[in-house]
Ligand binder design. Structure first.
Ligand code: ZN
Length: 120
């Protein structure tokens, strides 16, 4: 698999599309996922606990943004520690919820890069 193809698969995941066919079928509504792609029948949740990987992605993105944002504001603004804590606590609560769907999409795409052969 080429790097371009792998990045394309991750891009499909970020756009909440099926990694195999590109159809927009990952989520039914809200946080509820379809079990399978309605176009190509690709199974999104391959086993119990499958989306723990998505939780790692979501956690990693949240930590990177909070730590990066903290130091960026620390260096470039006169913001106080109390203001920083209030700001980044709010971000730490809202961001994982807002990024939930994209994290799952990324995980499905990431897994498809390394294990595309599932056909049941
Ligand atoms: Zn599909």
């Amino acid at each position: 698999m080429t790097l371009k193809r792998a990045l394309g698969l991750l891009g499909r995941g970020l756009r909440l599309r099926c990694p195999r066919c590109g159809a927009k079928t990952l989520f039914r509504r809200g946080f509820a996922m379809h079990e399978r792609c309605r176009v190509c029948a690709y199974r999104f949740e391959r086993e119990q606990g499958y989306f723990v990987g998505a939780m790692y992605i979501n956690y990693g993105v949240t930590v990177l943004i909070i730590v990066g944002g903290y130091f960026a504001l620390e260096w470039w603004t006169p913001i106080t520690l109390a203001q920083q804590l209030a700001l980044w606590s709010g971000v730490g609560i809202i961001l994982p919820v807002a990024f939930f769907r994209q994290a799952r999409g990324l995980w499905v795409g990431f897994d498809y890069i390394f294990n595309p052969g599932e056909d049941d």
